[in-house]
Structures are given as C-alpha cells and as structure tokens.
Design a protein around this ligand. Sequence first.
Ligand SMILES: [Zn+2]
Ligand SMILES: [Zn+2]
Length: 428
Amino acid sequence: MNSELLIKNGRVIDPANGIDEKCDVLIVDGKIAGVGKIEKSAQPVIDAAGKLVTPGLIDIHVHFREPGDEEEETIASGSAAAVAGGFTSVVCMPNTNPPIENETDVEYIHRKGRKARKTHVYTMGAITQKREGVELAEMGFMAEAGAVGFTDDSDGVQDPAVMLRALKYAAMFGKVVAQHCQDNSFAGEGVMNAGYYSTILGLPGADALAEQAMLWRDIQLVKKLQRTPIRYHAQHISTAGSVELMRAARKDSLPITCEVTPHHLLLAEECCAEYDTNYKVNPPLRTASDIEALKEAIREGLVDALATDHAPHLQSEKELEFLAAPFGIASLECALGLYVKALVEPGVLDWAGLIELMTAKPAKIIGVDKGTLGVGKQADVTIIDPNTEYEIDVNTFRSKSRNCPYHGWKVIAKVEKTIVGGEIRFEV
Ligand SMILES: [Zn+2]
Ligand SMILES: [Zn+2]
C-alpha cells in the first residue's frame, strides 16, 4: 500500500510555481502528488486551516562543527535544530577540524546527515587545502561526491590568482564558489565594526572596506571570466558598500548571487557596547544605515537567499573577554521568526517574497532540485503558524549551543510541522 499524507485547507505558498492560495497538498510515497483542491480521501490528514504550507525551508549556510568540535554541535544536534526551525535542507560549511577538503570528508558529512534522519544535510567543500588559501583542494573529487559548492568560509581567499583558478576549476563541475568576503589587510585584528563604537569601546575594528575590497576584486575576476560558466556567491553581505557593488554587478548581468543573515538585518554595532560576546560575529554588526541598505537591497531583489550563518559556540568560550571570544551566533531554531520581524512586519517583503528567499532561490544557488511543491518533487514541506506570538527561549534549543542574543525576544511565525521526504520529522 502507498503511504499517503494529505494537508488540507492551508494557505499554500509555493513561489517556484507562482502559487499563493488556500488549497490542499497531497503527498504519496514521499513525493508531492497534487496541489489544489484535492477531492480524493487520504490518510492521515493534517488540518492546516489558518496555517501557511510552504516548500521546506533551505539554509545554505550553517556550521555543524563536526568533525572536531562536537561539544559545540554535531550533525545530529544541528539537524534536530534545523527541522525545529523549519529547515528541510541545510548546507554545512567546511571549516571543521579537520576541514572538509576531499571526497571522504564529503561522504562523512552525508553519512552522518542520513544517520541523523532529520533534515537533508549537504556540504560545501573547502576551496583550498587546509583552508590556507594557497593550493586548491580536491574540488573535482568533492564535486563527484556531491559537494554543492566550495568556500573557505570564516576566511576569504586572499590571493586573487588562487581565487581566479578556483572559479575556473569549479565551473568545470558546474559548482558555485562562495566567498566570505574579507580582505585581511583591512580587517586586521578587528573584533567589531570599525567606527565610533569601536573607538569608544577601545576595541580593534574591522573596516567595511575589508568586505567591499574583496567583493570588488571578485567582481573583477568574474568579469574577466565572462566566457566561462562560473557561478560566484557572496556570503553574508553586511554593508551599504557591498549593496552598491551588488547593484552594479546585477546591472551588468554577472553570474553573482548573495545572501544576508538575520543578525545583519536586526542588530547594529552598538549592541557590542556592553562587551556582550553574543554580539561578536564575523562580518561584524554594522550601522543602522547599513541595515537600511540591506533591506533596500532585499526589496529590490538584489539578494538571492536568507541564510543564518548558524555558528554555535560553547558558553565557556563565549564567556571569554570580547577580544578572545570566538565569532558567531546560533540562530537556526529562531531564524524564521527573526526574518518575519526584520522583513515581513515592516513590509520589506510579503510572505511569498520571504518564502522565495528561503526556498526556491537558495535551491538554485546550490543547484539542487528542491524548494518547490511541484508535482513529482520530493515532499519537503514546512507548515507555519503565521500569527501566534512566542518568546525565543534558548533553553528549548535542540542545538548544543546557546550563543544567541535573541533570548527573550518576542516573534511571530512558529514552525508547526516539518516534513522531509513525506515524513513528519518535527512537530510541536
Ligand atoms: Zn563567513
Ligand atoms: Zn559562516
């Protein structure tokens, strides 16, 4: 007998297929079998009246810390956090210890992801060996093993000649190269944004130019390679200057995409004023005008994905002084509510626009056939209560880490059920 699941009467938002209407979704044998008014009876039935029914959310930027730092997060704990946040697919960053830099490493992540049996776990591979920025890693073998792209995230590739080679090489396998844009000569030892607050707090600042200089340089490389089918993705852009560069790149129709995180939309540099290390993140929190520029970029369609950069850390490490504490915020479980607060509530995006940046568009960046409720596609579905307000409580996190500055924030949009391949993997 076939396995069936019928989701009735929800507001189905499927931007990939231009659907935003009250209707039903039928799942048969783990695949979407119909969207619309479904007359056929099926069991079980989920009553989704008053709820949003969307393609499973996709986060193309998470740090699950395995191998090497399993006390902070594992693929199992991170995957549980992901489905609790509504994410049916995530992309792990390769800056683990050791880094993900060959075929065996990629297979290891996939195996652990399958074993966790929560969300689909993808990974990017490192661009360079040991993430040292010198010799290219085994990109071909990693691509063959299923890596969805390459990045040296947490570091930018400093040498332009190495980056040029990486772009050309990744193009041979049709993979995206994702860059943590940070020119170290401008970033220096910066622990927060360089500006008024870094001066009065007596902390070394990382200049906005550190991000913009590398993004500008990479755009020149992309232009140089115009006859090569490359794909370049700027991770976590955070400054008004980067928005300007993206705007120009888009005008030139360059194959460049970018992502924005919740913290760069909601928090500004003055959050660091109490030396609370939960606000220490890289790239750093910027200014109110940078936040406005990012929102404007999203409104204009310059941003292709919302990504958390979920970066779990131990409490003991975050309790170090600001200079010594590690960078990062853990936000996978509350990201949806945060995006709604940052973008839907102030009218920057409507629901369909938000869901597109969390489903169809990120799927396209990593080249996976997901982010849609198209008939015949794997049934990854998120059911959201769009109205109930709730308080973010880090003590409820499935993530192993608690380095989250949003504890106590009130948000709306609660994930009710997360369905992966037709199976309910999370429900409240
Ligand atoms: Zn990064
Ligand atoms: Zn990252």
